[in-house]
Design a protein around this ligand. Structure first.
Ligand code: UGA
Length: 433
């Protein structure tokens, strides 16, 4: 099939590349000329494991194309995916201006029956809104479909190619048939395509992300309580997760969730509830607890060191989670800011996110080239991201380099006994000191 994707941000580029890999001809449109030129030359503008390989394979296979010309791309197919940003507006609700603007342009360009597919995370009722807008501008038949993405940064290619489900929200048989045809290579391999109406589909995305954010937050509260009563959250987590109804995933306590999705979607769902007079009390608590959780280690560090004035703290991990250079809403930034406020100096290391932090914090902190250089002469080490390379360090090397053997681990990476054997003061989340 011929497919057009408008927007080559994270979702658009991964979806476009993977749809090409499923055998479709995909025409990606972006207004950013420089980015389009870059992609045409075979350069991937974002960091995402596996993406480059699939991207190059499909450019070479003549299935993946890039242009800045929306009219040209619209002419090429009768399925147009919108993968446009929906950033939180000042009040927390999703800003639909990009989606509506492009929908309006598409309306004046289509000349045959077209399915407009919304991939962006949009509030309930957006498909209807987009449909009404297009109807005002054209008499050409069309359908608007909701097809939310469930890609995790760092695992996006895998999540697209081997999803646990594909959600399609539509209200016309013809639109469902087209969407089924697009995803046929996946459904043939046993993937469940769940059909529903547009509103339910739009809400599924918010509900799924908000539920996962709640699940993590619940465990963070249990972890905090474990510390008060002397229980071990790792044991509790394993005991709980063994119940199939709960499951082991997303039960890892830590210094809160971050990224561009959970915080934004929780906020947007609360806001859209408020707009119709519905109070999402549980999500309001999730938001508040998560904010507090991000810096929960700071008082512990301060207590252990007596004061933070003139202390040098190493921070391992700046990205909001492993396998990404994304620092949006990262707990590391909140911790760093709090430590700076209290007079400490910071030496930070991340395998790939340093440049992004440098752009934000400049020389307010210093940056290390590797994880061992980072701990040279420091008074404490904070672990803020669960990168693989932090999981099994040479503790002897750390012992030699650190001025003071104290580790504050926001991601529970180490075994308590091992750290004790090496003589470290080791504070993690929800476990004994
Ligand atoms: C999330 C969802 O997992 C995807 O399904 C969804 O498509 C995506 O948002 C989106 O809406 O686009 P992502 O934000 O990439 O994906 O990251 P996750 O792997 O879900 O992690 C989010 C945050 O939760 C990270 O800060 C992570 O460290 C934290 N987390 C995750 C925990 O603290 N504990 C856990 O057990 C799991």
């Amino acid at each position: 099939m011929n497919i057009t994707i408008v927007g080559t941000g994270y979702v658009g580029l991964v979806s476009g590349t993977c749809l090409a890999d499923l055998g479709h001809s995909v025409h990606c449109v972006d207004i950013n000329e420089e980015k389009v030129q870059m992609m045409k030359k075979g350069e991937v503008p974002i960091y995402e494991p596996q993406l480059e390989e699939v991207f190059l394979r499909n450019i070479k296979g003549n299935r993946l194309f890039f242009t800045t010309d929306l009219a040209e791309a619209v002419k090429k197919s009768n399925v147009i995916f919108l993968a446009l940003p929906t950033p939180p507006g000042g009040d927390g609700s999703a800003d639909l201006s990009y989606v509506l603007e492009v929908a309006g342009q598409i309306a004046s360009l289509i000349t045959q029956y077209t399915v407009i597919v919304n991939k962006s995370t949009v509030p309930v009722g957006t498909a209807k809104k987009v449909g009404e807008l297009i109807k005002l501008k054209t008499s050409v038949p069309f359908d608007v479909v909701s097809n939310p993405e469930f890609l995790r940064e760092g695992y996006a290619v895998e999540d697209f190619m081997r999803p646990e489900r594909v959600i399609v929200g539509a209200s016309s048989k013809k639109a469902f048939e087209i969407m089924e045809k697009i995803y046929l290579p996946l459904t043939n391999a046993g993937v469940n395509l769940i059909k529903m109406d547009e509103k339910s589909s739009e809400l599924t995305k918010y509900a799924a992300n908000s539920f996962l954010a709640t699940k993590i937050t619940f465990m963070n509260e249990i972890a905090n309580y474990c510390e008060k009563v002397g229980a071990d959250v790792d044991k509790v987590r394993m005991g709980m997760g063994a119940d199939d109804r709960i499951g082991h995933r997303f039960l890892f306590p830590g210094i809160g969730y971050g990224g561009s999705c959970f915080p934004k979607d929780v906020k947007a769902l609360i806001k859209s509830g408020n707009e119709i007079g519905y109070d999402f009390k549980i999500l309001e608590s999730v938001e508040q607890i998560n904010e507090k959780q991000k810096t929960i280690l700071v008082p512990d560090i301060e207590k252990h060191l007596g004061t933070l004035k003139n202390k040098c703290i190493a921070v391992w991990g700046l990205a909001f989670k492993e396998n990404t250079d994304d620092i949006r809403e990262a707990s590391s930034l909140e911790i760093i800011n709090k430590l700076l406020e209290k007079g400490a100096s910071i030496k930070a290391y991340d395998p790939i996110a340093i440049e992004n932090v440098q752009r934000l914090l400049g020389d307010r902190i210093s940056y290390a080239k590797d994880m061992y250089e980072c701990v040279e002469d420091v008074d404490a080490l904070v672990i803020a991201t669960e990168w693989g390379e932090f999981r099994n360090p040479h503790f002897e090397w750390l012992e030699k380099r650190m001025k003071n053997k104290a580790i504050f681990d926001g991601r529970n990476l180490y075994n308590l006994e091992e750290l004790e054997a090496h003589g470290f003061y080791y504070k993690s989340i929800g476990r004994k000191i």
